[in-house]
Design a binder for this molecule. Structure first.
Ligand code: 5GP
Ligand code: MN
Length: 323
């Protein structure tokens, strides 16, 4: 059972609340942060909205996105993490509050969630964290305004790739229907979230696709920091290339290795339905879902590719050939 009542009780008892989401925030991270934040402000709470990284330019259409910051003067009585499967993923902006002894509500949908909260509202059946939030908003008597619905729908559209992933359920669609009833522009949200990207991102796709490798059911490519800089990509965030790689007929598992500053490599994993990348991501200190996961590792591009690709090959074998 998801402890919604407990979460409602903890929120009702607090006036000053910090909500944080994960580093390199995506549409579900920011949709959850802002949808919940706007809702709590509407019932009179003082709310700080925290994220280590800036809001990506394409998500700045989200209402109140300008109020997301990497620190706060508010002394919160309650801390809420959204869309993060482990405390490290919430970044430096959250470290103090997670260790301060105040109650922590962990709201998430990753199967790899470590249940790090004092209250864990974790539902791996939910296709997005924003699919869970209406239950909480209803429990608190918060009205589903168009602004809140826009935030929640952006999370749903992003994490389900416009309702096309294998974890979409009737509940996902019922929540979506309710958001449409609240007056959102679903086509506009889908266009902005999924179908608009910068020319540097397209150039990086080109580079990554030219240099891809396919071996034993695994398709992967690596993108160096130097290449990103040369192409003029300042955003260190996800470029969505793993979704393209996994469309290869010949592949069951895909990975994009992206070099970050400080000798770290971000890896974005994808699996075709019937295959699983969540376990590999978790074993490497990351997390995610069966079909989409990720992690951040220390090392050079070459070292990390050499270390991780064999683990992926083990996951990419058709079920009959697995041990
Ligand atoms: P993406 O490849 O789209 O960036 O991420 C796919 C999924 O894996 C998302 O649900 C994302 O939150 C999760 N994920 C990506 N990178 C990491 C990571 O470094 N740590 C954890 N815990 N999860 C990650
Ligand atoms: Mn999510």
């Amino acid at each position: 059972m998801i402890p919604i009542e407990e979460a409602v009780g903890a929120i009702s008892a607090a006036n000053r609340i910090a909500i944080a989401t994960h580093v390199s925030p995506d549409s579900d991270a920011l949709g959850s942060l802002l949808g919940l934040g706007i809702g709590l402000r509407a019932i009179g709470k003082q709310v700080a909205l925290l994220c280590d990284d800036p809001v990506p330019v394409k998500l700045r259409f989200l209402p109140e996105s300008a109020s997301v910051a990497s620190s706060t003067d508010l002394q919160p009585e309650l801390f809420i993490g959204v869309d993060a499967s482990d405390p490290q993923r919430l970044g430096a902006c959250s470290t103090d509050w997670l260790s301060s002894g105040i109650p922590v509500i962990n709201i998430d949908h990753h199967i790899t969630n470590l249940n790090f909260g004092t209250v864990n509202v974790v539902d791996p059946q939910a296709a997005a964290t924003t699919e869970i939030l209406p239950l909480l908003l209803d429990g608190l008597g918060i009205v589903m305004t168009q602004d809140i619905a826009t935030c929640l729908a952006t999370g749903l559209v992003g994490d389900t790739r416009s309702f096309s992933t294998s974890n979409v359920t009737s509940n996902t669609l019922q929540v979506a229907a309710r958001l449409v009833e609240a007056g959102i522009d679903l086509a506009g949200i889908t266009e902005t979230t999924l179908h608009r990207r910068s020319v540097p991102i397209l150039r990086l796709w080109g580079l990554g696709l030219v240099n891809l490798t396919l071996d034993s059911g695994v398709i992967w490519t690596a993108i160096s920091l130097a290449a990103r800089r040369e192409i003029g990509m300042r955003d260190s965030g996800d470029i969505g290339l793993s979704n393209i790689l996994i469309s290869a007929e010949e592949a069951n598992v895909a990975a994009v290795f992206t070099e970050q500053p400080d000798n770290r490599i971000d890896i974005s994993f994808r699996a075709r339905p019937g295959y699983d990348v969540a376990g590999v991501a978790l074993s490497l200190g990351g997390g995610g879902h069966t079909q989409a996961a990720g992690c951040l590792l220390e090392g050079t591009l070459e070292e990390i590719v050499e270390r991780v690709v064999p683990l992926l090959k083990a996951q990419a074998q058709p079920p009959a050939q697995k041990e």
